[in-house]
Design a protein. Structure first.
Length: 400
């Protein structure tokens, strides 16, 4: 088949899936949007026969805070994706991580072109927007949540099949009348690309972190996740007698917040932009403890991919997140710790970090358990076969 995979975010495991589908003999066009700022996967052109990488939105600078302007930009991106689909004429498309305006335009175009497609449903956007509204981020969010929910539902109904990342999504699709075409395939991370490395590595040496105890966060982070908690955690460790440097690898609105709070509280901080993907194993290997931060209302519909990468890296992981989140359950299985993302949890969380920092044997054991869990859960072959079966079925059904 000729398959168009559009992953708006450009994350690692989606690109890995495209490579595997190409290795299985399919012609794969992997499309991303570089205008969306996040940690990217391996999007470099390589020698895998039958695989091409393309982009949309090369000349757009997204401003997440300018909501009205962003709405027009995301609609324009949908039109760009529609033109890309028309040029490529795939037998089937797989779309994931799209903003709702982009998704709706793309879904309408695919319908007009009579090209079957699969929705890779990574998040329920309306739920996220409602939480933004409840948090007082913007009064527009409540209205947007209602409008976008209709757009998301409309798109799901037009998809030939839907892949969701957790069983909790099925309830939403049951309400939308689309549960009969849903398959649950949990997210994973590329085991062969994100691997354990020595704590003392080239990247840690370049940034003066080889001999410094580090609490490391790498990945996207929104203001609603309360990024100041990272600083307060490091401060609590200092109050407990531990000298730890907070390392944050991120580009986005949380950066000035973290910088300001760290300066006000005298917390040692290293702030760096997103790093090249081929350095990610070294980046994660530099963390004595890796931290995941997720807002209290994220619940069961958000599975931060950074958690999956952390497990692959084979490091102890601290989750400040809701206990019912799928990622929290993975951390528990790996023997790591999860605490509520609240100020009241920081003393207990800092105590756990301190115990890990001062017990090298325990830290090594936790790291090995993280990697072992990843190797059990993230086998690419099974995931790729499930996607391949779905794409083939959708393509054949449309042809008949």
């Amino acid at each position: 088949m000729k398959i168009l995979v559009h992953d708006y975010s450009g994350h690692p495991f989606q690109a890995q899936l495209s490579r595997e589908l190409a290795r299985r003999g399919h012609a794969v066009v992997h499309s991303t949007c570089p205008a969306y700022v996040s940690g990217k996967g391996n999007l470099a052109r390589d020698t895998v026969a039958g695989l091409r990488f393309v982009t949309i939105g090369d000349h757009i600078a997204l401003d997440k805070g300018a909501y009205v302007r962003r709405l027009f930009q995301e609609t324009r991106l949908g039109l760009e994706l529609a033109r890309q689909v028309r040029r490529e004429q795939p037998d089937v498309a797989l779309l994931g991580n799209l903003p709702i305006p982009t998704l709706v335009v793309a879904a309408a175009a695919l319908r007009a072109l009579r090209i079957p497609w699969v929705l890779w449903h990574q998040d329920v956007t309306a739920v996220a927007l409602k939480s933004f509204a409840a948090a007082g981020v913007s009064r527009l969010m409540g209205v947007a949540a209602r409008v976008f929910e209709q757009g998301e539902k409309w798109s799901a109904r037009r998809a030939s099949a839907v892949v969701v990342i957790a069983g909790a999504f099925v309830r939403i699709h049951r309400e939308w009348g689309t549960a009969d075409k849903v398959t649950v395939i949990p997210n994973w991370a590329p085991l062969d690309e994100i691997r354990p490395v020595d704590r003392a590595n080239a990247w840690s040496a370049e940034h003066g972190l080889a001999d410094v105890r580090t609490l490391l966060y790498s990945g996207t982070i929104g203001l609603k996740h309360n990024p100041a908690l990272l600083v307060r955690l490091a401060e609590t460790l200092r109050e407990q007698g531990e000298r730890v440097r907070l390392v944050v690898v991120n580009d986005g609105p949380a950066v000035p917040v973290i910088k300001e709070v760290a300066a006000a509280r005298g917390v040692e901080l290293t702030l760096l932009p997103f790093q090249p993907y081929d350095r990610l194993p070294e980046v994660l290997g530099t963390g004595d403890v890796l931290v995941v931060l997720l807002a209290a209302d994220a619940g069961e519909f958000s599975v931060p991919s950074k958690t999956l990468s952390y497990l692959c890296a084979g490091r102890p992981v601290l989750g400040l997140m809701p206990a019912d989140n799928l990622a929290a359950k993975l951390l528990h299985q790996a023997g790591s710790a999860v605490f509520a993302p609240e100020e009241s949890s920081l003393t207990e969380a800092a105590t756990w970090v301190s115990e890990v920092l001062n017990d090298p044997v325990r830290a090594e054991t936790l790291g090995k358990e993280s990697r072992a869990l990843a190797e059990r859960e993230f086998a690419l072959d099974g995931c790729a076969s499930q996607f391949e079966d779905i794409l083939r079925t959708v393509g054949r059904s449309d042809a008949s």
